[in-house]
Write a protein that binds this ligand. Structure first.
Ligand code: PAF
Length: 285
């Protein structure tokens, strides 16, 4: 396994694989790898001959009130995991090589970035889209793998690729959950024991709501009020949002009459957690 920090040698490694006719895949990450990332890497390994993983804690996606230094960093363990999963190249760049002084260009995906988490984290998704666009140019693979856990991010990346004609296929991979249902996230390690137990109520509320929709309830106000009540009953949470949106445009729905995504974000203590679940209903009318 190659571990590279330089942009040019990393790009050449991907091109060398492509010139040999190998199918190449990228799993972009911010490190602190867990089972969720492993599932993306396994999917990449299953579909591609050459697998690259990037590990870069992107300062551009942290707001002024968000503590980037608190983001977990586990580089030695990440490299060992990549090695054991059969990764070919791990790209671990320095901040200054990705964002040299005087960087003036950003990728702004309007509309989609202004909903859900984008409302509470202004600039976050511009930071994500900019770094992902850069990674796609530095590591020009055929395919890139993203988790549905970050559903808004996934839709934004897909839209950016479409709008900018970036020649890469985006593969969406299902959310991986702990046995009690909590969506796997690098931030989960920051939860206290009590917070960790209560955090499972987020996914329980989502599963129950999906069952209610499948059972016939279509009114979004009724469904989201029940989710808020259920979360509240589990103890102190700061709920950022609970929304049911069109699964492509992310526009809020009032009635579930098409494929929808039930999305929520909440803070327990200082830890920001997000989760979502899809629900397909036959179109009405
Ligand atoms: O999902 C993440 O870990 C990050 O947002 C990503 C896609 C690696 C960009 O920094």
């Amino acid at each position: 396994m190659l571990k590279l920090t330089a942009i040019e040698t990393s790009r050449q490694a991907v091109w060398a694989a492509r010139q040999k006719g190998q199918q190449s895949g990228l799993v972009p990450t911010m490190g602190a790898l867990h089972e969720g990332h492993y599932s993306l890497i396994r999917e990449a390994r299953a579909r591609c001959d050459f697998v690259a993983v990037s590990v870069f804690v992107n300062p551009a996606q942290f707001g002024p009130n968000e503590d980037i230094t608190a983001y977990p960093r586990t580089e030695a363990a990440d490299l060992a995991a990549c090695e054991s999963l059969g990764v070919d190249l791990v790209f671990v760049p320095a901040v200054e090589s990705i964002f040299p002084p005087n960087t003036l260009t950003n990728v702004v995906v309007s509309g989609l970035t202004e909903r859900l988490c984008g409302l509470r984290r202004p600039g976050h998704f511009t930071g994500v889209a900019t770094v992902v666009a850069k990674l796609f140019h530095i590591l020009p693979t055929d395919v890139a793998f993203f988790g549905e856990k970050d559903y808004q991010q996934l839709q934004i990346v897909k839209r950016m690729v479409r709008d900018l004609d970036i020649p890469i296929d985006i593969v969406a991979c299902p959310t991986i959950r702990e046995p009690d249902g909590l969506a796997m996230s690098s931030r989960n390690v920051l939860l206290s024991t009590d917070e960790r137990q209560r955090a499972a109520s987020l996914s329980h509320a989502l599963f129950r709501t999906r069952d209610r929709v499948l059972g016939g309830e279509r009114d979004v106000a009724t469904l989201t009020a029940a989710i808020r009540d259920e979360i509240k009953a589990a103890g102190p949470f700061d709920v950022d949002y609970v929304e049911i949106v069109d699964d492509q445009s992310l526009e809020p729905l009032t009635t579930i009459d098409r494929s929808a995504r039930i999305c929520l974000a909440a803070r327990i203590g200082t830890v920001h957690l997000i989760d979502n679940i899809g629900v397909d209903v036959p179109p009405t009318g």
